[in-house]
Design a protein around this ligand. Sequence first.
Ligand SMILES: Cc1cc2nc3c(=O)[nH]c(=O)nc-3n(C[C@H](O)[C@H](O)[C@H](O)COP(=O)(O)OP(=O)(O)OC[C@H]3O[C@@H](n4cnc5c(N)ncnc54)[C@H](O)[C@@H]3O)c2cc1C
Ligand code: SF4
Length: 558
Amino acid sequence: MAYDVVIVGSGAGGGMAAYVLTKAGARVALLEAGAPWDNAKDSKMLTPTYASPRRGGSTPEKPFGEFDGCIGGWEIAGEPYTRAPGTEFTWWRARMVGGRTNHWGRISLRFGPHDFKGKTRDGLGDDWPIGYDDVAPWYDRVDRLIGVFGSRENLPNHPDGIFLPPPAPRCAELLMKKAADKIGVTCIPSRLSIITKPLNGRPPCHYCGQCSRGCSTNSNFSSTNVLIAPALRTGRLTLLTGAMAREVTIGKDGRATGVTCIDKASASDRHIPAPIVVLAASAFESARLLLNSTSSLFPQGLANSSGTVGKYITDTTGSYVGGYVPALAEMPPHNHEGVGGMHVYMPWWGDNSKLDFPRGYHIEPGGGIYEPGAGFMGGIQDFPGAGGGWGRELKAKYRKYWGSTVGFSGRGEMIPNDDTFCEVDPEVVDRWGIPVLRFHWKWTDHEYNQVRHMQQTFRALIEAMGGTPLGDMPPKERGYGISTGGEIIHELGGARMGDDPKSSVVNRWCQAHDVKNLFIADGAPFVSQADKNPTWTILALAMRTADYIAQQRGKGAL
Ligand SMILES: Cc1cc2nc3c(=O)[nH]c(=O)nc-3n(C[C@H](O)[C@H](O)[C@H](O)COP(=O)(O)OP(=O)(O)OC[C@H]3O[C@@H](n4cnc5c(N)ncnc54)[C@H](O)[C@@H]3O)c2cc1C
Ligand code: SF4
C-alpha cells in the first residue's frame, strides 16, 4: 500500500496526528515500537487486588504495578540510555500502542498567555514564536473532541476551557480547600480529561477511581481508544506495532523519503516510504531519531543545521510533602468514590516580584480512601502514637488511620539552561545497534528556590489542616527534596520551535526549517515548560500541525 504520511509513535502526539490526517483523507502508516493494546479488552479496571498472588505488585514491564496501564518503565531491557558523569537523570518510556496515555494522570491544563512569552516578561529562556491566541482554537477543538471537566474561574494565565461538570470534592479535599483559603493559596476544581457526561459515543465515568489501569469504558482519554480506534475505522490507517524506527531517510533533493524501522518480531529492517514524515516518538526519542539520521547532506543529524537538536530540554520540577491529619482519622465508613485522580487542585497563585525564583508551580493534592494494595500505608508504626500490634488490635489501628494522611506534590516550571541537553552516546548502542542518548542535567537556583517554596507551602497547608508533616524539610544540600531530572515525566524540548532557523529546529507549524516535508508532533518543539502539565498542549499543537499538513497537501505545497 502506498502511504501519504508516515508517523513515528502512537502516543498523545502521534495518535492525534493519525486521527486528523486520516479524517482529512490521507493514507497513514503509524509506526509503534511497542505492543498492541486495547483498553476495552486489556485494561485491568475492577480487577480486585486479591485476584493476584502478587497483590498488584510491580513486574519488570510494569514498574507501577501489574495492573497498571503502561508497558515500559524507567529501564527497558536492551534499550539503555546513558548519563554524563555527575548527571542524575531518569527517563520513563512507554512501549505500547497509545504510549504513556494509557496510564497518565489526565491532568489537562492549557498553557496561558504568559507561558508562551516568558522571556518578554522576565528576560529568561526564550519566547515562543506563537502566543496563546494562536493555539486557543485548537485547545477548544481538543476539549470538544476528547472531553475535559473543570470550572470556569477567569484566573489570569490559567485559561478556562470548554468544560464538562467537575466531580464534587471528597472529604479530605474539602479540608484541603479550607486550609488553602486560610493561607491564601488558590484552590479550584481540578481539570482532568475524564468525561462526566456522554461524549462522542463514549459513556461517562462511573467513578471506580482506577484510571491508571486504563479505562474499559473509555471514559477517560487514551490515544489508543479515543484517537487511534476512530482513525482505524476510516480504513486509511495502517498501524504497525513492534516497529522501531531507526532513521528518517533522505533523497538527493534533501526531502524526507520515509522511515527505516526494525520489525522487532523478525529483527529485520524495513523501509516505509512516504512523501511526508511526522515524528511523534516522545520529545527525546524524536531528538534521538533526528541525531541518528545522518547523511552527506545532514552530517550532524537531520534538521540540525542550527546545532540545537537535543538542546533546551527540560522536565517539570517536583517535590512532595506528606502529612498526618487527625481530623481525617477514624472516619465513619462512607462513599469516597471518584475519578482516578484529584478532584481539586491549586494553580499557581504567587507574585514573582516578591519571590526569589521566576515562574511558578501548581499543587496536586492526594489523600482519601481507595482500594488498598500490598504495602499500603507504608508501615503503621510511623503514624503518630500508633505503635505496632497484632491481630485485632493491629486491624483496628489500620482502620483508624486509613485515609488520615494527605500529600501535596508540586509541579513547577524549569528554565532551559546550557548544561542540560542530550546527545548521541559515541559508544553505546541498543539491542538493534541504534546509538542511544546520553543525558546532561543540571538544576539551577531558579529551580532549587522554587522547590524550597513548595516545601514551605505544603507544610503550611498540612498545618492549616490541623496536621503534622511526616518528615523534616530536606536541607539545601539535598536540593530541598527536588525531583531527579526526568522523574516527573514531563520531558520537553530537543527540537524547539522558532522563527530563526539559526537557533531553532522547526517553525511555528512544527515543520523542520531544513526539511520541508518533515514535522514533529510531540513535546520536542516546546520552547519552554510552564507551571502546567504539558499534554493538553502537545495534543493541541499536534492537531494544529496535522491541520496544516492536510491544508498544505490540499494545495500541493508539500
Ligand atoms: C505516570 C504518568 C503520569 C502522567 N501524568 C500526566 C498528567 O496528568 N498530565 C499531563 O499533561 N501529562 C502527564 N504525563 C505525561 C504524558 O504522558 C506525556 O506528556 C505524553 O504521553 C507525551 O505524549 P507523546 O506522544 O509525546 O509520547 P508518548 O505518549 O510517550 O508516546 C510515544 C510513543 O512513541 C513510541 N516510540 C518511541 N520511539 C519510537 C521509535 N523509535 N519507533 C517507533 N515508535 C517509537 C513509544 O513506544 C510510545 O508509544 C504523565 C506521564 C506518566 C508516565
Ligand atoms: S474512574 Fe472513571 S474514567 Fe477512571 S477508570 Fe474508572 S470509570 Fe474509567
